[in-house]
Design a protein around this ligand. Structure first.
Ligand code: SAM
Length: 218
């Protein structure tokens, strides 16, 4: 289930999200660099959990047709006001099916969202349903920082409650791979990435960016 507190916490800083992201060195635009070789102008791309549209902006510049969805009205309003895209819908990603037709998008992306969702199987299945064959699914998951927040073998993901009460999920790499394969995806890229915690004495956050192709690849 979606963590209501997670949506609430994001909404609290939605208006200043873009200004404050430097505190965490959060630059989701880097996903574009991983996907650049696979995308073409005029193709369609859906950003799930688009927030203020940071990850989508380079795809807009590259002349793809960007659509987005998010569970937060404030995030969607901010994204709309920035002129990233007008094609925005409010939806909770954990409620499936999503209101998009089969094979209706060339690509789907998501950054900074899946660490708020534990069970990703239905999300991957929906992404596979709406992506055209050969299209790409680019997304980011949170990796463990220490042995204490590492999912146990076979556990899939570890649930952790942050100091502000927001529940986050750390996913096991092998579990992600199995879930992607079960939904008909073939992994084409994996990149481990550090995000500064905003505090020199604190530990960096470790994330992983994934790019997977919807099979069959045509
Ligand atoms: C940290 S922000 C990331 C926003 C943007 N993708 C970025 O990289 O800057 C997380 C976003 O996920 C959205 N979100 C979290 N859980 C969600 C859910 N279950 N359904 C839809 N949106 C969700 C939040 O509203 C928020 O906009």
């Amino acid at each position: 289930m979606a963590d209501y507190k997670a949506l609430k916490a994001d909404e609290e800083y939605a208006g200043t999200y873009d200004d404050n992201r430097g505190v965490f060195t959060w630059y989701p635009e880097f996903l574009f660099g991983l996907m650049y070789e696979y995308v073409k102008a005029r193709q369609t791309i859906l950003d799930i959990g688009i927030g203020t549209g940071l990850a989508s902006q380079p795809f807009v510049k590259a002349k793809l047709k960007v659509s987005g969805c998010d569970g937060s009205d404030i995030m969607l309003d901010t994204c709309r006001a920035k002129g990233v895209t007008k094609d925005l819908q409010k939806l909770n990603l954990t409620q499936v099916p999503w209101p998009y037709d089969d094979e209706s998008y060339h690509h789907v992306i998501s950054t900074g969202v899946f660490h708020f969702i534990g069970e990703l199987g239905p999300i991957f299945a929906e992404a596979a349903r709406i992506i055209k064959p050969g299209g790409k699914f680019g997304f980011i998951t949170r990796l463990p920082n220490t042995m204490w927040d590492r999912p146990a073998e076979g556990e899939g993901y570890r649930e952790i409650t942050r100091e502000d009460g927001v529940v986050i999920y750390i996913h096991d790499n092998l579990w992600i791979k199995d879930k992607l394969a079960a939904s008909g995806f073939e992994i084409v890229k994996e990149l481990r990435t550090l995000i500064w915690s905003g505090n020199d004495s604190g530990e960096d956050y470790i994330f992983k960016a994934w790019v997977a192709a919807k099979t069959p690849v045509t």
